[in-house]
Design a protein around this ligand. Structure first.
Ligand code: COA
Length: 273
């Protein structure tokens, strides 16, 4: 069946199907904590695709048959490193080698000198973790995703940078980012719909005045702490971990070899799965 599938870089018209594939690939509560859960994300993806061959950091490859997309992957070009942000194959045709070919297409489409491919995978996603293990990825570190309410002392004078642009972006896509400055430092503050402030810097949680200012701007939002920010969660009274993730990486040379080598014939029948 997979012989009829073409692997190519994405075009802007693919954006709605890319969004649908990625939304389908993750549990619904997690999707609400991702930009992919936001209402205008397909327009955002289309904009990223429009500049992916003009120096855009983010780029996309897709697997398509006559009916439309059956898989997609989103990558980021970092200094000497590729990052796999998302990969998804239609649930009805998994296990047929499409994921492997998508990964290979992603590496080929990147067009930069890179030593390794890195990614984050959720702890509960044992099928994907096993797949990455077999492809030679190794775990580097683990992190967690936490949520907490917005409590945090008294507001103090701060500066907001890029807030007006963030408002415009938010109306368009349903997510945005601005910078909050205090005398101690500058902190990037992500926003997802009306629901979350997304923070990845632990210093933002500890800096006096940050959380109180965020609460004053939008008291209905909750905090979503990802990556290193979750390390500061213990200072928040009601922080709750709801997912763990692992950073994995593989040297590109080895990965290319594994992705192109013949897959061993499987013994047994479908019932074995
Ligand atoms: C992870 C994913 C992209 C892999 O795509 P795929 O087309 O199934 O990948 P492949 O067929 O190339 O390889 C999957 C491996 O799992 C095995 N497998 C068997 N049944 C499977 C099934 N129902 N689903 C997935 N994999 C299965 C395959 O045989 C294969 O084993 P191998 O590597 O030893 O040959 C796909 O499973 C998916 O979309 N999962 C949901 C989204 C996700 O978890 N993304 C990764 C987040 S980091």
């Amino acid at each position: 069946m997979s012989e009829h599938i073409a692997f190519r870089t994405a075009v802007a018209a693919d954006a709605p199907q890319i969004v649908a594939l990625i939304r389908d690939a993750f549990p619904a509560p997690l999707v609400t904590a991702m930009t992919y859960g936001c209402p205008g994300v397909a327009d955002f993806v289309a904009e990223q695709i429009a500049v992916q061959d003009l120096g855009g950091e983010t780029f996309y490859v897709v697997a398509a048959d006559e009916q439309g997309l059956v898989g997609c992957a989103e990558g980021r070009r970092l200094p000497r490193r590729l990052f796999l942000s998302y990969i998804a194959v239609s649930s009805t045709i998994r296990g047929q080698g499409i994921g492997r070919r998508l990964l290979l297409a992603l590496i080929e489409a990147a067009g930069i000198e890179a030593d390794e491919l890195a990614l984050d995978v959720f702890d509960f996603n044992t099928a994907a973790r096993r797949w990455y293990d077999r492809l030679g990825f190794e775990s580097r570190e683990s992190g967690s995703w936490c949520e907490a309410s917005l409590d945090g002392g008294r507001p103090r004078p701060v500066r907001l940078i890029g807030y007006a642009q963030a408002e415009a972006c938010h109306r368009l896509y349903g997510f945005s980012q601005f910078t909050l400055c205090t005398p101690e430092g500058q902190y990037d503050i992500g926003r997802l719909e009306a629901r979350w402030y997304r923070l990845s810097d632990p210093a933002a949680i500890e800096a006096p005045g940050v959380l109180a200012t965020l609460k004053r701007l939008a008291p209905e939002r909750r905090l979503l702490l990802i990556g290193n920010a979750s390390k500061a969660a213990s200072s928040l009274s009601d922080a709750r971990e709801f997912a763990r993730s692992h950073r994995m990486a593989a040297p590109l040379n080895n990965l290319r070899k594994r992705l192109t080598e013949r897959r061993p014939e499987r013994a047994g029948t479908c019932q074995d799965h």
